[in-house]
Each structure stands twice: as structure tokens, then as C-alpha cells.
Design a protein around this ligand. Structure first.
Ligand code: AMP
Length: 284
């Protein structure tokens, strides 16, 4: 496994590795790798000849009050995970390597970029899209892997690829959960034992929706009401059924339930892609 810090070196190495019809798979991460990240890497290994993982805590997607310096950075453990999973190249740039002074940026769409996560964290998606485009241009992957856990991010990256005509296949991967059903997240380490227990009401609420949908219930208002009742003990930032353009919808088919709760002041994201339940043909 090659660990590369400089853009020029990355370009040279990928040029030499990518001979003939070899395919490159790319998995952008901010590190603190867990089984969610591992699932993306495993899929890339299956689909491609070369798998590139970036580990970069991107400052431009943090708001001034969000503590960038506190983001977990267990680099040695992350590299060991990548090695074990058979990653070919880890790209580990510094902030200076990725950003020049007064840089050109990508603007997130005015609607999709400023609702839900984008409303609570204005400018966040400009930072996300900018860094992802920079990585895409350096790595020129055939396939890029993103988690459905970050639904709003995934939908906007798909939109960016379409809007800017990027010849990259964006693959959305299922949300991976820990044994107790808490969605894997680098932020989970900040939860106390008690907080973690409290947080489980969110996955439970989503599972209840899944079960009810499988039983044939299609009334979005009723599904949402039931879920919110079961979340009454925690602070809910948002909990909505949305369509793929992030408009709130009452049409169940193809919707996504997106949710964030805050426990011990930690924001916990989770979601349910109704289309996935329907696709599996498990719906009555
Ligand atoms: P991050 O390091 O948090 O920026 O995440 C890197 C990638 O891993 C993103 O595409 C995330 O959506 C994805 N990811 C994070 N957590 C999970 C999870 N629990 N299941 C699946 N993918 C995830």
C-alpha cells in the first residue's frame, strides 16, 4: 500500500498504475475509519483494479464555531485498516496541499445545499463539493463510493456529477450499523454509555417505519407522527420524508426519511431510503 501526501506524486503513481483498461475506485473519507467506511472500500475492491482512499479532514466544510481541531484523527489505526482491506493508495494531503490562497470554490445548489444540514450548517456543502471535485480531478476515478448515511451529501454529489458532466460513476452504499443498531459514525466515540442508549431511539423509530411500510401503510403523515412520538425524549433537529431533490413530500414511494437528533450535544444522523425497501420487493 502506498501512502502519498503530495498531489504531483499521486498523479505520477496513478498514471503508472492505471495501464490498459484498469479501473480506479475512489473512497473519500475524513478518517477515523469504521465498518461503514470499510464497506465502501470492500465494494471498491470488488468493482475496480485500483482502490484509492483519501483521508483528509476538510476545513472548508466546518463552520467557524465547529471545532475542526477536535475531529478524531487516529492515523495509525486508519492506515492499518486500509492495509488490511487491500487499499492500493492512501492519499493523505495537508491542508496547504489541497488549498491555495483565495481559492475558486464550488457553490452548492441554492435549494438542496441550504436545507436540512445546509440550513443548520450554511456553507458546509460548498466545502464538501469543492473538496470532492478537487479529489475527482486529481484521481480521475471510474467509480466513487459514498454512504447513503449522508443522504444529502450523496444526492448533491450525484447532482454535481450530472451538472458538471463529470465522467464518474457515483455509487451510493447502504448505511452500516453497529451491533446495537446505532449508525456507525466517527462522532459516536463522543457518546457516553448512557447517551448511546438514548441515541438508539432514532434507529428504532426508523425500523418501526420500515416495518409499517412493509405492512402496507403509506400514510406519510401517520408514519412521521408515530416516529416523532417515539423520539419525544431527545432533541430532534429534523425528521422528514423528502424526495430526491430534498423537498418535503407526502408521497411515500421513492422518499427518504432523513433525520438528525442531538444527544449530549452530539449530532447523530440516520436515515431510511424507502425506495430500497420497495426495491427489495418486501413491500405488501
Ligand atoms: P466521513 O469520513 O464521515 O466523511 O465519511 C466518508 C464516507 O463514508 C461518506 O461517503 C459517508 O457517507 C460514508 N459513511 C460514513 N458512515 C457510514 C455508515 N455508517 N455506513 C455507510 N457509509 C458511511
Amino acid at each position: 500500500m502506498l501512502v502519498i501526501k503530495a498531489k504531483n506524486e499521486l498523479i505520477t503513481v496513478l498514471n503508472s498504475l492505471k495501464t490498459g483498461t484498469k479501473k480506479i475506485g475512489f473512497i473519500p473519507t475524513m478518517g477515523a475509519l469504521h465498518l461503514g467506511h470499510a464497506s465502501l472500500i470492500a465494494q471498491s475492491k470488488k468493482d475496480n483494479d485500483i482502490s484509492v482512499v483519501s483521508i483528509f479532514v476538510n476545513p472548508t466544510q466546518f463552520l467557524p464555531h465547529e471545532d475542526l481541531s477536535k475531529y478524531p484523527r487516529p492515523l495509525e489505526a486508519d492506515l492499518a485498516v486500509c492495509e488490511k482491506l487491500g487499499v492500493d493508495v492512501v492519499f493523505l494531503p495537508s491542508v496547504e496541499e489541497m488549498y491555495e490562497k483565495d481559492p475558486i470554490k464550488v457553490s452548492a445548489p441554492k435549494f438542496m445545499g441550504y436545507v436540512f444540514e445546509g440550513f443548520l450548517r450554511p456553507g458546509h456543502f460548498d466545502g464538501v463539493l469543492t473538496i470532492v471535485l478537487k479529489f475527482f480531478n486529481l484521481i480521475l476515478p471510474d467509480n466513487a463510493y459514498f454512504g447513503k448515511k449522508d443522504a444529502q451529501q450523496l444526492l448533491m454529489i450525484q447532482k454535481m456529477v450530472k451538472s458538471l458532466n463529470l465522467p464518474i460513476n457515483v455509487i451510493g452504499m447502504p448505511l452500516i450499523r453497529d451491533k446495537d443498531n446505532l449508525a456507525f459514525s466517527s462522532r459516536n466515540v463522543y457518546l457516553s454509555k448512557e447517551g448511546r442508549k438514548d441515541a438508539l431511539c432514532l434507529s428504532a423509530a426508523l425500523f418501526t417505519i420500515e416495518e409499517r411500510v412493509k405492512k402496507g401503510i403509506k400514510d406519510v403523515e401517520a408514519l412521521k407522527k408515530g416516529a416523532l412520538e417515539s423520539l419525544s425524549e431527545v432533541y430532534v433537529e429534523y425528521f422528514e420524508f423528502v424526495d430526491k431533490e430534498l423537498h418535503i413530500t407526502t408521497k411515500l414511494e421513492d422518499s427518504i426519511v432523513i433525520a438528525v437528533i442531538r444527544v449530549e450535544n452530539i449530532r447523530l444522523l440516520d436515515n431510511l431510503w424507502i425506495s430500497d425497501i420497495m426495491d427489495k420487493g418486501r413491500c405488501v
